[in-house]
Design a protein around this ligand. Structure first.
Ligand code: GDP
Ligand code: IMO
Ligand code: MG
Length: 425
């Protein structure tokens, strides 16, 4: 038996989808444990590109079980669209997809409220209703997938929740109120279409682990967007770190074998919030273009910057990576010099650890070391020995600075554009 949790080490979009898809070959189950359709995981197989938002990135391998765990917030309309797109491309869904009975559902009022809240206080969210849905979950007002099987419970929850939501929409935001009946009917329609996928997934996953199956846990977003350990309040509303894999699925921490951190060879961030190593001149734009750094969910341009060891050391600590994967190394091909941030300067103080205070982080100046770039191509290389000498030195520098093994290096979008130095599971 082997279980592996895969999480982003930065602010998301590290290339988790590609690595999950690659590793699925050796696995039986792939489980999403948090987030919702704020995630956009791009997987390229042959000439076909797939963007997965809710369905685990293992779905492109026939016969694997893909589970949406209880920690996920699920938008039924988004899921049905995703299912349709996959079906139209010949991907099999039935007998592969399972939804936790106890995952929470995004409701139209979550999206309506978030739209208004973003006008007052901008976080730069994906406007998918993620924060309001987790708010309802914690406040014990949430609607869960299992409620789709019990119409009276569903109706009553919608009724009670709308009393508050419509009061806010009308009186606080001066916005249009929502209709109970319309939402109820819409969700009964979703119920018809989705009920065949709803299961006690905690039992399913634990049985699989106990019977020796290989299980992958697929994280969404990244460590620095974690609700507790990220750059609060500029974060998402779930635990994106490895610990979330346990609460978000019902699997004990003692059953987790390995944790793989996905690290992009540089850094990106979408939305508001501090980003000390952001490159604000034309080089940032160059990396954005070359790396195709535009949001897979919202299409927004991603902010680009250098690798940040202060943030990565924090990610290493709170996740306990047993190994890391470096992605998008090829995007650095042809660069004269590559900078890496080894510490922060805050006033006259040198900071080696990631500050909890957002005001401090916003005013930190990165301390850089410069490494020589390489003019040769790494794109598509599958053999470590064939990488340019300076690319190897860059990777070695990362390994030494973080004191963690680089197990995988990704050199392109496609499934086989990858170097496996050591198998992570
Ligand atoms: P995720 O959210 O962590 O799954 O990452 P995204 O899919 O949002 O963003 C990563 C983007 O980089 C996607 O378009 C991937 O196809 C692409 N990608 C992943 N690994 C590599 C790589 O090694 N090289 C290149 N050039 N692109 C990559
Ligand atoms: P994947 O899984 C990058 C960001 C949003 C915003 C903040 C809060 O593809 O890596 P939310 O809608 O979650 O309440 O927005 O989090 N964000 C992401 N950034 N990749 C993602 O997912 C993200 N999901 C949310 O841009 O700054
Ligand atoms: Mg993404």
């Amino acid at each position: 038996m082997s279980t592996l949790v895969i999480v982003g080490a930065q602010w998301g979009d590290e290339g988790k989808g590609k690595i999950v898809d690659f590793l699925t070959e050796k696995c039986d189950y792939v489980v999403r444990f948090q987030g919702g359709c704020n995630a956009g995981h791009t997987v390229v197989v042959g000439d076909e590109k797939y963007v997965l938002h809710l369905i685990p990135s293992g779905i492109l391998h026939k016969g694997k079980k893909c589970i949406i765990g209880n920690g996920v917030v699920l938008d039924p309309s988004g899921l049905l669209k995703e299912i349709d797109t996959l079906l139209s491309k010949g991907v099999e869904i039935d007998n592969s997809l399972y939804i936790a009975k106890h995952c929470h559902l995004i409701m139209p009022y979550h999206i309506a409220i978030e739209e208004q809240a973003e006008k007052k206080k901008k976080i730069g969210t994906t406007k998918k209703g993620i924060g309001p849905c987790y708010t309802d979950k914690i406040a014990r007002n949430g609607v869960r997938a299992v409620d789709l099987l019990y119409p009276e419970i569903l109706r009553n929850k919608i009724k009670v929740n709308l009393e508050i939501i419509n009061f806010l929409l009308k009186n606080l935001y001066d916005a249009k109120e929502l209709e109970e009946e319309k939402i109820f009917e819409q969700y009964m329609d979703y119920s018809e279409k989705l009920k065949k996928y709803i299961f006690d997934t905690d039992i399913l996953i634990n049985k699989a682990i106990d019977s020796g199956k290989n299980v992958l846990f697929e994280g969404a977003q990244g460590t620095l967007l974690d609700i507790d350990h990220g750059t609060y309040p500029y974060v998402t509303s779930s635990n994106t770190i490895a610990g979330g894999a346990c609460t978000g699925t019902g699997v004990s921490p003692i059953k987790i074998d390995k944790i793989l951190g996905i690290v992009k060879a540089y850094t990106t961030r979408v939305g508001e919030g501090p980003f000390p190593t952001e490159i604000k001149d034309s080089l940032g734009e160059e990396i954005r273009k070359k790396g195709g750094e535009y949001g897979a969910t919202t299409g927004r341009p991603r902010r680009c910057g250098w690798l940040d060891f202060v943030g990565l050391r924090h990610a290493l600590r709170v996740n306990g990576f047993t190994g890391i994967a470096i992605t998008k190394l090829d995007i650095l091909d042809g660069m004269d010099k590559i900078k890496v941030c080894v510490g922060y300067k805050y006033g006259n103080t040198i900071l080696e650890e990631f500050p909890k205070e957002i005001e401090i982080l916003q005013n930190c100046i990165p301390i850089y070391e410069e490494l020589p770039g390489w003019s040769e191509k790494t794109a598509g290389i599958r053999d470590y020995e064939k990488l340019p000498r300076n690319a190897q030195k860059y990777l070695q520098f990362i390994e030494d600075s973080l004191n963690v093994k680089i197990q995988i290096i990704s050199t392109g979008q496609k499934r086989d554009e990858i170097i496996i130095k050591e198998t992570p599971l």
